[in-house]
Structure formats: structure tokens, C-alpha cells
Design a protein around this ligand. Sequence first.
Ligand SMILES: C[S@@+](CC[C@H](N)C(=O)[O-])C[C@H]1O[C@@H](n2cnc3c(N)ncnc32)[C@H](O)[C@@H]1O
Length: 255
Amino acid sequence: MTLQSTGTAAGSSEVAELGPWFHNLHLPGGLQTAPDHPLGDFPSFKWAEVGAALPEDLSGVRALDIGCNAGFYSFELAKRGASVVGIDHDPHYLQQAQWARGQLGLDDAVELRLMGVYDLARIEEQFDLVLFLGVLYHLRYPLLALDLVTSRVRGTLVLQTLTLPGDEQVTPPPDLPLEDRDRLLEAGWPTMAFVEHRMADDPTNWWLANAAAVEAMVRSTGLEIVDRPGHEMWVCRRAKPFEHQVEVDRATGQA
Ligand SMILES: C[S@@+](CC[C@H](N)C(=O)[O-])C[C@H]1O[C@@H](n2cnc3c(N)ncnc32)[C@H](O)[C@@H]1O
């Protein structure tokens, strides 16, 4: 990994010690944490889409960033005035986020918790804004996770996930007769593909939904889709109460 030559020597050595980095953070003094990222200036170019879909002023907003990694999105929300909780189950990334938070002077605005998505079953807090970006496809239990995530949303959810190719959408009928099961094979029927082994050399890439399945699952949690600010990205708001709490409680050992 090469570092921006404009970064301080001390900062550069800490960046190297804390690597490898998935987020290319832009830190004071011109230091970048992953300037050679294979995806480009990641996730700045994604934030351009997410950020445009959110208010410029997030003062008074309580936000949750699930799978916060090195904290890029948590820090951007905090810069707009939000009070942010960033959670990630990987201590390596959380350590990066803790260090970078100090560099950016955001210690008071961003709380970081070593916590997995399923641990949301054990917190009560509701959030005005929840980011769930780049995590869903890494989970063996995606709908359980989505239920847990949306149960924490009192305002807006921004969801991004790796999807199957194609953007077709079949509107599912209110009831599907057993003899009409061929319809499940139509392009655009809500579908998920299971990856038994690795994808892109990552053994945690478990499930790829098509866009129709992402939207159907979101609707089934009681949220509605209000915007699609970018590829594989959805902005959602609560439309009706969540109806599956008993099953979630059973699945998570709460009942
Ligand atoms: C592909 S990265 C996405 C990071 C960031 N949200 C983004 O969009 O740039 C996935 C992140 O989710 C975290 N993650 C994966 N599974 C998780 C889980 N079960 N609970 C919490 N975090 C998880 C990983 O540690 C990693 O930081």
C-alpha cells in the first residue's frame, strides 16, 4: 500500500500499522488510508450517491451505521451534525475507526461499538437514520438480520447490497397456487442465489438477492422504498408496523 506523500510521517506509520484498510479515509494533512484501493476512491464515490439522498443538515439526528468498517460513513454523518453509533463485529476495522475518529476530532460525535448485526436483538434504541451498507450479502441469515435492522428504524434506512444481475420486477400475486410454481422462475421474481463456497475469494459472500427480492424483503419488514439513489442502493421509510416480532424473538432466543 502506498501512502499519500502529503501525510505526516507519524500518521503514515500508524496507517501502515493499522492496515489493511477497506475504506480510503481522507485524513487531515492529506493522509489517505487506502489510496490504491482497487475500486477507486472508495467509498467517497458511493457517499456522493448516499449523501445526495440525505439532508445536508443532520443536527439532532441519531444515526446507526451497521458494519461501519473504518468509519467512513459514520464520520460523514457526524460532519453533517448527526450523533452516530457505528457498529462492526470485526475488531480490526473497529480499531481503525477508533484511531481515525481521533484524527478527525469526532470522538464526541461518533460512538463505536464492537457488535454484530444479530446483537441488535438485544438493544432497545431506535434511530432516525440507519445505514446498512455492504453487509446483507455477507450474512447467513439475511432476512433475520433485515428484520432486526428495520426494527431499529424510526425514520430512514439506507440499504446497499451486492445483487444478482438484472433489474426486472415481477409484482407477486397476493396468492400463488401450487400449480403455478413456474412463475417462481420468471425473470424478476424475487430470488436469492446461495453461494456455497467462495465468491471473489471471500467465504462470507453467502447470498445474492436480485433487486426484486431486496425490495420484496424490505416491504415485508413494513418499510417502503422511497428512493434508489444509486446502483444496488435503496432509501426506505417505515410504512406500517413490523408484524413478525414473535418469530424474531424466537429466532434470537428472546422468547
Ligand atoms: C463490505 S464491508 C462494508 C463496509 C461499509 N459498510 C461500506 O459500505 O463501505 C462489510 C463490513 O460489515 C462488517 N460485517 C460483516 N458481517 C457483520 C455482522 N454480522 N455484524 C456486524 N458487522 C458485520 C464487516 O466487518 C465489514 O466491516
